[in-house]
Design a protein around this ligand. Sequence first.
Ligand code: SAM
Ligand code: SF4
Length: 329
Amino acid sequence: MLVDTFGRTATDLRVSLTDRCNLRCTYCMPAEGLPWLPKAELLTDDEIVRLVGVAVERLGVDEVRFTGGEPLVRPGVVDLVARVAALEPRPRISLTTNGIGLARLAPGLKAAGLDRVNVSLDTLDDAVFRKLTRRDRFADVVDGLAAAAGAGLTPVKVNSVLMRGINDAEAPHLLRWCLERGYELRFIEQMPLDAQHGWDRAEMITADEILAALEREFTLTPEGEQVRGAAPAETWLVDGGPGRVGVIASVTRPFCGACDRVRLTADGQVRTCLFAREESDLRAAVRSGAGDAELAERWRTAMLGKKRAAGIGEPDFVQPDRPMSAIGG
Ligand code: SAM
Ligand code: SF4
């Protein structure tokens, strides 16, 4: 098992398939620049399946989430899902995507074994979408969401990050829109992970602000800690249910004590936390001929470096060098 020195066990593996993306969300990437990882440094499909296999078959990982960058821009994504679904014991498989390309890929992903998707959508206003993502792809995301639901990738979850003065007034509208379509909305507090280091805590929309805005239009009933478990979203039933809304308050209500996650970057580095400043190189081990037992041992050792908490609020907090798009959100 992947146990750290604070007694937490990682069972939820986030695998970044690429650092590339077809959007340029302002809270994630700069308008231009940001060099991509060289292709030779990226894990091949076979290397990804091998490492995920070690995690699932030897280290107790039971949930695999593909992310990025934008995971759907990786050509082999459907095949990767199929190969991971063939592992024993079969892990649950999910995907975090900006939704572009999902209209085309959703049925194939479902058939390959994908269980669930999270689609990121921060606004329902085409013009705001263009401003926030710097690309004109709003309709593609909306179509992608509908295709995911149509393909049975349920529950379809929607991730939204609110930015002050840009889309923060949209919180109730986003919730109503998602409820009408059967999507489960989760707001994510903006974190200091943008490539351009522009995050400002004072500018961030907090969980309390989000909840206050929603409560002006809806009755929210907390679902309680038992539902939260190791899942970072605190959830509320909306107007008595069954619709619900979640808030991932990574900054104002961190959930590090219950963290069950570990990450593998597209270039084969194990990261024990989004905010880790150290990584462990499994790509070098794979490419130098390490056997599965050695890879598992290296991975277990990497977990011993996992910190007690991300420490975003602490005076000595330093943002990691890698941006979110290169870590895998
Ligand atoms: N491209 C895919 C997407 O956007 O869903 C997957 C990768 S993206 C890095 C994963 C999630 O992280 C998205 O929901 C995105 O909104 C969120 N995200 C990106 N930068 C963030 C930040 N600085 N703070 C909070 N969430 C962020
Ligand atoms: Fe791309 Fe996702 Fe980052 Fe937006 S949040 S720029 S969609 S990786």
